[in-house]
Design a protein around this ligand. Structure first.
Ligand code: PHE
Length: 450
C-alpha cells in the first residue's frame, strides 16, 4: 500500500491536529450546539452529548483516521481497496458514497448559514444593533433570510472561498488556511469568554444552565439529537476525517491524536455556550430560541452591552473562520475522488464539486424565502430536511458501518499495523469499536423510531 497520498501530506502531527480540529470546530459548535442545548434543557443534553463524544465519537474518529491512513486515497477508493484486500464485499464502497452524498447535503445548508454569518460581520460593524430592541433584531434577521438575492449572494461568496482553498491543494490550500485561522480562532474565543464573564454579570447562570441536570426534558429524540450532534461536531460518519487521515504521516499515534481533537472540539462547544448563555440571560432573552439564537438573540444582546459593536464583529469573524476550516473538509472527500477518478487537477475537481454543492445549496438558500412554504418531511423545509436526515440519520449510520467494518471486517494485520503506537489503549478501543459504538447507535435509533 502507498506510504504517501498523491494529494499531498500534512507536514507534521500538529498540522494534522489543526486540520482535523478545524474540520471539527465549526458552526456545529458555535451555532448548533448552543441552540440544541437550549431547546433540550441544558445539562442532561450536554451530558449525553459528552458521553457520545467519548464513547462513540473518539473510537469512530480513530477508525476513520486508521482507514484513511491505510488506504491513502479518497474515502470511496479507500473503502474499495480495503474491502478488496480484506476479501470483503465491494458493497463496502457504499460507505464512501453515502459519505460523499451526506457531505453535499451538509454543505447545502452549511454554506447558507456561513453566508448569514458573513453578512452579520457587516451588520454588527455598521452599529445598527446598538441599543436595538427585539423587534429590530427579528426583522433584521427576517429581512436578510427573506431576501433571496442576499442569501444566495452570501452563500455564493462563502462557496467561492471554499472552492478557492480546496483548489490550492492539501499543502498550500488546506494546511496554510488552518495554520493561520485555527490559532486566530482560539484567541478570539478566549477574548469573548472573558468578555461574557466580565460584562454580562450572569456568567454563573450560563454555567449552571449548561451543567445542571434537569431530567424533565429527557426524551429519546433529545438523545438522538445529542448523538447526531456528536457525529456532526466531530465531522464523523461521512469521510471527512478519513480523507484527512489519508494525508497523515505514518509515525503518529491515532488514539492519542483523536482524543486531543475531541477534547479541543468539546472545549470550543462549551466555551461557545459560556459566551452565548450569559449574554442571553443578562438581557432576559429566551435560551430556547432555536436556530435563530445566534442571529437574533445574540446580536440583540451585543447591542445592549458595552463594546458590543466591536465584540459582535469579532464574534461573527470567529464564526466565519470556523465555518471555512470545516467546509474545506466537507468537500475534500469528493474533490479527492474526482481527482483520482478523472485524473484531473485540483482546481478542476474543486470547481466541479464546489459548483455542485453550491447548486444543491440553493435549495437551502431558498428555504427561508421563495421555498419557505415547501415542506419535504413533515413540516420540515428543504433546509431542515437536509440537516435532519444528514445529521441524525446518515452520519450515525455511516459511523456504525465504519465501526463494523474496522472492528469486524478489516484485515487485523492492517489494523494492528496502523495502531502500532497505541498498544496501551488498543484493547479498549477495539472493544468500543466492535461492541459499544455500534450497539449504542442502534439502541438510540430503535428507541427514537419505534
Ligand atoms: N464538524 C463541523 C462543525 O461542527 C461540521 C462538519 C460535519 C464538517 C461533517 C465536516 C464533516 O461545524
Amino acid at each position: 500500500m502507498a506510504s504517501e497520498s498523491i494529494h499531498g501530506m500534512w507536514s507534521s502531527r500538529l498540522m494534522f491536529i489543526l486540520a482535523a480540529a478545524g474540520s471539527a470546530v465549526g458552526l456545529g459548535n458555535i451555532w448548533r450546539f448552543p441552540y440544541l442545548a437550549g431547546e433540550n434543557g441544558g445539562g442532561v443534553f450536554v451530558l449525553v452529548y459528552v458521553g457520545c463524544i467519548f464513547l462513540i465519537g473518539v473510537p469512530i474518529m480513530s477508525a476513520e483516521i486508521l482507514l484513511g491512513r491505510a488506504g491513502r486515497q479518497s474515502p470511496i477508493n479507500t473503502m474499495r481497496e480495503l474491502a478488496a484486500t480484506s476479501g470483503a464485499s465491494r458493497l463496502w464502497q457504499g460507505v464512501g458514497w453515502m459519505g460523499a452524498i451526506a457531505g453535499f447535503m451538509i454543505l447545502s445548508f452549511y454554506a447558507v448559514i456561513a453566508g448569514w454569518a458573513i453578512s452579520y460581520i457587516f451588520q454588527m460593524g455598521s452599529g445598527a444593533f446598538i441599543g436595538a430592541d427585539a423587534d429590530f433584531a427579528k426583522s433584521a434577521f427576517t429581512s436578510l433570510t427573506g431576501n433571496v438575492w442576499s442569501v444566495v449572494g452570501w452563500h455564493t461568496l462563502f462557496m467561492a472561498i471554499t472552492i478557492f482553498i480546496a483548489a490550492r491543494g492539501v499543502g498550500k490550500g488546506l494546511e496554510t488556511t488552518v495554520k493561520y485561522l485555527m490559532p486566530a480562532l482560539f484567541v478570539l474565543l478566549v477574548v469573548l469568554v472573558i468578555y461574557a464573564a466580565a460584562t454580562s454579570g450572569h456568567f454563573m447562570e450560563g454555567v449552571s444552565f449548561l451543567f445542571s441536570l434537569n431530567f424533565e426534558k429527557f426524551s429519546w429524540s433529545a438523545v438522538l439529537s445529542a448523538m447526531g450532534q456528536a457525529f456532526f461536531t466531530l465531522s464523523l460518519g461521512m469521510g471527512a476525517i478519513m480523507a484527512y487521515g489519508a494525508y497523515m504521516p505514518k509515525d503518529i499515534s491515532i488514539l492519542g491524536t483523536a482524543t486531543i481533537i475531541a477534547l479541543l472540539d468539546t472545549t470550543v462547544a462549551l466555551m461557545s455556550g459560556l459566551i452565548i448563555f450569559p449574554l442571553v440571560f443578562a438581557n432576559g432573552l429566551e435560551s430556547s430560541a432555536g436556530p435563530g439564537l445566534m442571529f437574533i438573540t445574540l446580536p440583540l444582546a451585543f447591542g445592549q452591552m458595552p463594546g458590543g459593536q466591536i465584540f459582535g464583529v469579532i464574534f461573527f469573524v470567529l464564526v466565519t473562520f470556523a465555518a471555512i476550516t470545516s467546509s474545506i473538509s466537507l468537500v475534500e472527500p469528493a474533490v479527492a475522488w474526482v481527482v483520482e477518478k478523472m485524473n484531473t487537477s485540483r482546481p478542476v475537481g474543486a470547481l466541479a464539486v464546489g459548483g455542485l454543492a453550491w447548486f444543491v445549496g440553493l435549495g437551502s438558500a431558498f428555504s427561508t424565502n421563495i421555498w419557505a412554504g415547501i415542506t419535504i418531511i413533515g413540516d420540515m423545509t428543504f433546509f431542515d430536511t437536509m440537516d435532519y436526515v444528514a445529521n441524525n440519520i446518515m452520519l450515525p449510520l455511516g459511523g456504525v458501518l465504519i465501526a463494523l467494518f474496522t472492528g469486524w471486517i478489516l484485515d487485523k494485520k492492517i489494523v494492528e499495523d496502523q495502531m502500532f503506537a497505541d498498544t496501551t489503549y488498543y484493547p479498549l478501543w477495539r472493544f468500543l469499536i466492535r461492541f459499544i459504538a455500534p450497539a449504542a447507535v442502534m439502541v438510540v435509533f430503535i428507541m427514537t423510531f419505534i
